[in-house]
Design a protein around this ligand. Structure first.
Ligand SMILES: C[S@@+](CC[C@H](N)C(=O)[O-])C[C@H]1O[C@@H](n2cnc3c(N)ncnc32)[C@H](O)[C@@H]1O
Length: 247
């Protein structure tokens, strides 16, 4: 299902890329690069001198090998500890919502930029949508709370205004903070469950046995479908923030 929604996921990437100012011989880092397919596009379209794709998942990086180009490299590292300086562009598409404390994170990322460097980040900000709300509700119910050790996935993503203030505090000379609502027409609301399975529900899958995770999904499906109604086709709306700032 992750693959099935790949085109929908790449649209925000190209919107973010369009916000970047191309400069000569850029050194670029792509944090949370996944399989590297879009990192390759980033490298190619910016005519970058060097691009480093960073991801924490060996499974994702195993597939990045197919996307090699001169000047393009991949490395396994945790974004939460990434501290290599000297980048003309720190780029991240749909990954920083997995990293906590955006105040501290953005301060660190800003400190890694070369003079005149740019920061470009796209993060999902759909936490008020029933697909997210229902997952958090279920996780706090006593049966699942006990199995999950009271874990509830809470997005660290801030409101747009908070990012604008943060980027200002970090002394960026210019910035743009955009909110976009992406549309995902689905055959019916039950497809939203499949969408969630490959994204929102993964932190629960990682913490439950396969049997308990299936039980979680059964309850999730029943409650979510009551909440979403019966419209066919079903339009899944997905709010994202696109942030760009320059030194
Ligand atoms: C939704 S994918 C996005 C991949 C790619 N940027 C794209 O747009 O297709 C999120 C990626 O972030 C990676 N990721 C999440 N948290 C991470 C962390 N703390 N350190 C490194 N990579 C991380 C995941 O392994 C995954 O490959």
């Amino acid at each position: 299902m992750y693959e099935r929604f790949r085109n929908e996921r790449s649209r925000p990437f190209f919107d973010l890329l369009a916000m970047v100012r191309r400069q000569k011989e850029m050194r670029v880092v792509d944090l949370g690069c996944g399989t590297g397919e879009l990192t390759r596009e980033l490298h190619r379209r910016l005519h970058a001198k060097a691009t480093l794709g960073v991801d924490g998942s060996p499974a994702m990086l195993a597939r990045a090998g197919a996307n090699r180009l001169p000047g393009l490299q991949f490395v396994r590292a945790d974004i939460a500890g990434f501290a290599e300086p000297g980048w003309d562009l720190v780029f991240s598409n749909a990954a920083l919502h997995w990293v906590a404390d955006h105040g501290a994170l953005f301060a660190r990322l800003a400190s890694l930029l070369a003079p005149g460097g740019q920061l470009a980040v796209q993060v999902p900000a759909n936490h008020a949508h029933p697909t997210h709300v229902v997952a958090a509700e279920l996780a706090t119910e006593p049966t699942f709370a006990a199995m999950l050790g009271s874990f509830v996935r809470r997005s660290p993503v801030l409101e747009g205004e908070a990012y604008a203030e943060l980027l200002h505090r970090l002394s960026f000379a210019q910035q743009r903070v955009r909110q976009e609502v992406y549309l995902h027409p689905l055959a019916g609301p039950e497809e939203a469950v499949e969408w969630a399975r490959g994204s929102i529900l993964t932190p629960y899958r990682e913490r439950l046995t396969p049997e308990l995770f299936e039980a979680f999904v059964v309850r999730y499906r029943a409650r979510l479908l009551r909440r979403l109604g019966e419209a066919r086709p079903y339009l899944l709306t997905y709010r994202r923030l696109l942030l760009w700032a320059s030194r």
